[in-house]
Design a protein. Structure first.
Length: 340
């Protein structure tokens, strides 16, 4: 007994991770279909010990399927998600298209699992941006204890957040620094990413914030609490996988650093590694392939009345995308759908 599950965009980085995680977590799958655009048609992908052939997204009939995990861009989502939803298949969408729609729940299961019940309005559930997902996992248990007033976050985001071409660009530019004649000009990014950092992710908004920064602000309000003020600076760094964040939090009530550490140790989805010694913290390379959001460097910020600083690292392709989508599927199954 299980669910009939579709993975849309199964040949991309996130789609493949979705399949890996569905298999790893032994998600109750009755039947699975993997869909891709025409150009990737027939490509084979792994699901546990099976190999699956991709089918055509354009002609697929979603009726009779319980849920579809979408890992395609906003344009393809716009075209195909309503078709799936109308056929009675619940869409769990990793793009940003529906995140800010008041009729679509935006879910991080450790934070607001119960909001999944609102899926019925459109038959769609949204998965947040990767940098938001890991941050709200850390914020929620602290907010429940001392009520957060304001968050100042700076991110250090890996190139895998921009897709496969960006991974290649970092690799090629790095190689090109050492091999004469193989220098690579910026293409995906506006400036060189190898041996550099770029304070610009996604497009610029009128306010001067980038869209990535706006997403962190807007999504945190929708997922955790609209009263929380967030200001963000999002930066791309030459790391392949794993986003890092320096988070400064100001609370209504006093929260001691030791109590904050204890709360985070007990919180779902979090692993605290916080020793005040050389290497007593987590770096992005160590979180690759893991499910947890890692928290280190928890300390009082004595420059404000009730402040805490912390360092937060997570695998952006897992908690930031595929894992969170599978966790949503699990919650949807447990709370709302009957197994076939
Ligand atoms: C990045 N956070 O690292 C982005 C990728 O809205 O789902 C994910 C964009 C999104 O570039």
């Amino acid at each position: 007994m299980g669910y009939n599950v579709v993975v849309v965009g199964a040949t991309g980085n996130v789609g493949r991770e979705m399949l890996n995680i569905l298999a790893e977590r032994e998600f109750p799958v009755e039947k699975i279909a993997v869909l891709a655009s025409r150009k990737s048609l027939g490509t084979e992908v792994s699901f546990g010990d099976k190999t699956l052939k991709t089918e055509d997204l354009d002609t697929f009939d979603f009726s009779g399927w319980d849920m579809a995990l979408f890992a395609v861009g906003s344009d393809a989502t716009k075209k195909y998600a309503p078709i799936a939803a109308k056929a009675g298949c619940v869409v769990i969408d990793n793009s940003s298209l529906y995140r800010y729609d008041p009729d679509v729940p935006l879910i991080v299961p450790e934070v607001n699992a119960e909001a999944v019940d609102g899926y019925t309005k459109k038959n769609i559930i949204a998965n947040p941006n990767c940098s938001t997902a890991q941050m709200v996992v850390a914020l929620k248990p602290l907010h429940d204890r001392a009520k957060i007033k304001r968050v100042v976050v700076s991110t250090y985001q890996s190139v895998s957040g921009s897709g496969k071409e960006a991974i290649d660009e970092l690799w090629d530019q790095t190689k090109g620094m050492y091999v004469p004649g193989q220098e690579k000009a910026p293409n995906v990014y506006p400036k060189q990413i190898a041996f550099n950092v770029i304070p610009h992710i996604d497009v610029f908004m009128d306010s001067g914030d980038t869209k990535e920064e706006w997403k962190m602000i807007t999504e945190t309000k929708k997922i955790v609490d609209p009263s929380i003020k967030v200001t963000a600076t999002c930066v791309r760094v030459p790391v392949f996988v794993g986003h890092s964040e320096s988070i400064n939090i100001e609370f209504e009530d006093f929260l001691d650093e030791d109590e904050a550490r204890d709360i985070l140790r007990e919180a779902p989805g979090i692993m605290v590694i916080d020793k005040r010694e050389n290497g007593g913290y987590v770096t992005p390379i160590e979180c690759v392939g893991d499910y947890a959001t890692f928290i280190s460097r928890i300390r009082q910020d004595v420059t404000v009345e009730n402040g805490i600083n912390l360092w937060c690292v997570s695998d952006n392709l897992r908690k930031g995308a595929a894992l969170n989508a599978v966790q949503i599927a699990e919650v949807l199954g447990q709370r709302c759908l009957k197994k076939g």
